[in-house]
Design a protein around this ligand. Structure first.
Ligand SMILES: [Zn+2]
Length: 404
């Protein structure tokens, strides 16, 4: 058990916070990510994998199988969120957790706020000191994959098919898959190890679109503007105010989608707003886009302004691909059953790098790491949950043996 813990603590000692403002300028957006990627590449090589690390800044490892079976892939990301401080992490290992509040130097994590803590009474919990996030998202995923591979190759006569491993940068900035070397990939299914709560398997995610509304007004001296001035900003704020408030991120959860105005800027002459739209159903997503378009048209007409609406799909719900290739999910559930591990399947209210692969025909369900309170200074993980994720990865590999 110590080696999984050691690996995890080693990876979180790398400063790999990504930088959303550097997307398109640098890749990876921060240097520390490159250091960890190279380190993981070295570890894969030491385990006997063929490693490719090219211009794409994605580490790709190939393990030659010892028996026939379907080639499968695993993927995790090395960066951490920039929503809170992510560098200089000082981890604290709490052994034999007593079921009470965990007082860190900078904050206290309570079972009231984090009820899942109580599932791990007597176990080992790892946190930061409270001044930064922990980085379990997704260095736990990296540690789980490497630990599983190391157990696989160090056991004599263990049987496994060809396995591919991918470590990506910049998942948190949404640009991680921009240069993914998909043409080098042989696996027809990829398991991302980037989930949270123990037992949780995510097979669906939102469909996502970005809708940009532009309004052209008629500027005029405001002192003499009566009947003449058409203020683009006023028109735009009217359009935004007509988005259904009950269908906002603040008001929705579960399987409900939303409209999320993410930026608005401009002047009396012209204004531009971006509205992010999310829905689990693609048809409903298109209806939401139409609703914005119709509303912008109507309001612009009412105020004698001009409007245009442009929309682009950011990612698609990976469930559509998973439904066509159900074996990807079946393999997880069968492995869980044989391990006596309770698993449940649910949706991510967001996207993952796996959604990018799914859109390209490679189903990519997301597997738990055991981490909680991601992107916050209260982030924590139970070592035992990580251990069970390693078991599940090994179980999935066993399921792929002899499959054609
Ligand atoms: Zn993640």
């Amino acid at each position: 058990m110590l080696s999984l813990e050691k690996r995890f603590l080693d990876y979180i000692s790398y400063d790999t916070q990504s930088d959303s403002s550097a997307v398109g300028i640098r890749r990876p957006t921060t240097e520390g990510q490159e250091r960890l990627l190279k380190h993981l590449g070295d570890e894969l090589e030491a385990l006997g994998l063929d490693v490719y690390y090219g211009q794409e800044n994605v580490v790709m490892g190939k393990l030659k199988g010892t028996c026939s079976g379907k080639c499968i892939a695993f993927m995790a990301h090395v960066d951490t969120s920039d929503e809170t401080e992510g560098n200089g992490v000082k981890p604290i290992v709490h052994r034999a957790y007593d079921g009470g509040s965990i007082a860190l130097p900078y904050l206290t994590i309570t079972p009231e706020d984090e009820p899942d803590l109580l599932l791990y009474k007597g176990s080992t919990i790892i946190t930061s000191d409270g001044s930064t996030l922990l980085g379990a998202d997704d260095k736990a995923g990296c540690a789980i994959i490497i630990e599983a591979l190391s157990r696989l190759v160090s056991a004599h006569d263990s049987l496994y098919p060809d396995i591919e491993v991918f470590f990506t940068p910049d998942e948190e900035t949404g640009s991680g898959m921009d240069r993914f070397p998909i043409e080098r990939m042989k696996a027809e299914v990829c398991y991302t190890i980037d989930g949270g709560r123990e037992g949780e398997i995510e097979d669906g995610c939102f469909n996502a679109a970005s809708v940009v509304v532009r309004v052209q007004g008629t500027p005029y001296h405001p002192g003499y503007g009566r009947g003449k001035l058409v203020n683009a900003l006023s028109v735009m704020s009217r359009i935004i105010s007509l988005l259904p408030q009950a269908e906002s991120p603040e008001a929705t959860d579960g399987s409900y989608g939303y409209y999320y105005p993410s930026s608005i800027r401009g002047s009396a002459a012209e204004a531009e707003a971006e509205i992010l739209v999310r829905d689990f159903s693609f048809d409903s997503l298109k209806k939401r886009i139409d609703f914005i378009s119709g509303t912008a048209d109507a309001i612009a007409a009412m105020y004698h302004a001009k409007s245009t609406v442009e929309s682009s799909i950011t990612y698609r719900n990976m469930r559509d691909t998973l439904a066509e290739k159900p074996e990807a999910l079946c393999r997880i559930l069968k492995a869980g059953e044989k391990l006596g591990m309770p698993l449940y399947v649910t949706d991510i209210r967001g996207g993952t790098d796996g959604a990018w692969l799914s859109e390209r025909g490679i189903p990519s369900p997301n597997i738990f790491t055991g981490g909680h309170a991601f992107h916050s200074n209260s982030e924590w993980i139970a070592l035992e949950a990580m251990e069970r994720a390693v078991d599940l990865v090994l179980g999935i590999i066993r399921e792929a043996i002899c499959e054609r």
